[in-house]
Write a protein that binds this ligand. Structure first.
Ligand SMILES: NC(=O)c1ccc[n+]([C@@H]2O[C@H](COP(=O)([O-])OP(=O)(O)OC[C@H]3O[C@@H](n4cnc5c(N)ncnc54)[C@H](O)[C@@H]3O)[C@@H](O)[C@H]2O)c1
Length: 454
């Protein structure tokens, strides 16, 4: 099938490449010429494992190309995916301007009946709003342009695998024809047993926000439990194992630490919360507000641990290991590490940040911070080291070697990123957000032939 994907970012470029890899003919559209040029050369403008070879291969086979020209896209296909960003306003509500701009650029060029399939994360009612906007733009006899929704569940760091083999495909469509077209697009995947759930439009629009809100709730729940552990001498890692071994709960997203960040969870919790408030769903708004508050508090709690580790923050040298919102990506959007580094800088600390992959993006996002090109050089003369992303490089760092370059051997492990016991043995003062530092708890849960002690 021929299709366009409008907005070629983390979602759109990955979706375009994967649809082409599944056998479709795809044109990607973005307003940013530099991104389009890079993508046409077979390279993503962000780090995502396995994406570049797939882009290059699909371009080479003639199944994929990128353009800034909406006329070209409108002439090429009758099916158009929307993958532009939906960032949050300060009140939490979604900024729909990219979606509206994309629709305004595309629709005047469409001829005959067409289908627009939204993939961006939005509030319920968005498809209906875009449909009304499109209907106003179309004159009589120009054919029907229908809007459907098909939310995206990919995770950065494994976006290609998630797009090719999603847990589920959710489709909200107002007509049988639209539903059948989308079924046809995903036939190569549904034929392998991947479930496709056909829903009404509001449910499909809610599906992604609700999923992210639930995951965020798990993270904030275990972080709230970490506060109780910290006050009582409990070990939140053992508590998380105990909870996670209950199949009704599951062990995913129960890792206590710095909280969630990135381009999705924070804005989607706030987006859904703002929408709940708008429609008078007070309980939903209160629940999501509490999840957000617990998460935001982790920043201040980490800064407090740093303050407790040094005599005076102002003038202290702080090394921050981790600028991305999680390991395995170069995305620094809503990164707790950068927020902590910025807050410490504002308090007068001399902060040096290192990240294995996100240093370039961090420099653009926070140009006032100093950046090092290695973990060890960031740590030179530091009064305190703060670990804010669980990169394997940090877990594998030699505590003795790092200890030789720092000013004082004090480390705040905000994300269970290092083995506290090993670092303490090497003479470090270790503090963490998880009550008992990782690796130092007495508790152990025995599995068959295996110790789960932490
Ligand atoms: N990043 C993720 O992991 C992820 C996962 C699932 C869902 N989502 C959702 O997908 C949507 C996109 O997120 P993203 O992270 O890919 O954003 P992004 O910022 O990486 O990409 C957005 C792209 O749209 C382009 N763009 C902006 N305005 C445009 C316009 N008018 N016409 C054409 N292109 C335009 C930008 O240049 C950019 O390349 C959001 O709603 C997000 O919540 C993201």
């Amino acid at each position: 099938m021929k299709m366009s994907v409008i907005g070629c970012g983390h979602l759109g470029a990955t979706h375009a490449a994967c649809m082409a890899a599944l056998g479709h003919e795809v044109i990607g559209v973005d307003i940013d010429e530099d991104k389009v040029t890079l993508l046409n050369s077979g390279k993503g403008w962000f780090h995502e494992p396995d994406l570049d070879p797939m882009l290059a291969d699909c371009i080479e086979r003639g199944r994929l190309r990128f353009t800034t020209d909406f006329t070209e896209a409108a002439g090429f296909a009758a099916v158009h995916f929307l993958g532009v960003a939906t960032p949050g306003y300060p009140d939490g509500s979604y900024d729909m301007s990219q979606l509206r701009a994309a629709v305004s650029s595309l629709v005047p060029h469409l001829r005959g009946d067409c289908l627009i399939i939204g993939k961006s994360t939005v509030s319920p009612g968005t498809a209906a709003g875009l449909q009304a906007m499109i209907d106003d733009m179309r004159g009589p006899g120009q054919g029907r342009v229908e809007v459907a929704w098909n939310p995206e569940f990919l995770r950065e760091g494994c976006a290609v695998a998630d797009t090719l083999r999603p847990d589920r495909i959710v489709v909200g469509a107002g007509s049988t024809a639209a539903a059948e077209t989308i079924r046809e697009i995903y036939r190569p995947q549904t034929d392998t047993g991947i479930p496709l759930l056909l829903t009404d439009l509001p449910t499909s629009e809610l599906a992604k926000g609700a999923a992210n809100a639930f995951l965020a709730t798990k993270i904030s729940f275990i972080n709230a439990m970490a506060d109780i552990c910290a006050a009582t001498g409990g070990d939140v890692s053992a508590l998380a194992l105990s909870l996670g071994l209950d199949p009704r709960i599951g062990k995913a997203f129960l890792r206590a630490g710095i909280g969630y960040g990135g381009a999705c969870l924070p804005k989607d919790v706030r987006g859904l919360g703002a929408f709940a408030l708008e429609i008078g769903a007070q309980n939903a708004a209160a629940l999501l507000g509490a999840v957000d508050a617990v998460n935001q508090a982790r920043i201040g709690q980490t800064v407090s641990l740093v303050e407790a580790s040094v005599a005076e923050v102002a003038g202290s040298r702080v090394a921050v290991w981790g600028a991305t919102f999680k390991a395995g990506t170069d995305d620094v959007r809503d990164s707790a590490g950068l927020l902590i580094a910025e807050q410490l800088r504002t308090l007068g600390a001399i902060v040096t940040v290192y990240d294995p992959m996100g240093g370039g993006n961090a420099l653009v996002a926070c140009p006032e911070l100093a950046y090092a090109d290695s973990a060890i050089s960031a740590a030179v003369a530091a009064d305190v080291l703060v670990v804010t992303a669980a990169w394997p490089e940090f877990a594998q760092a030699d505590a003795a070697e790092v200890g030789r370059v720092v000013g004082r051997k004090a480390v705040v492990d905000a994300c269970q990123g290092i083995d506290g016991a090993t670092w303490r043995e090497a003479g470090w003062r270790v503090s963490s957000l998880t009550g008992v530092p990782a690796g130092e708890a007495q508790s152990a849960v025995q599995g068959p032939g295996r110790s789960w002690a932490r």
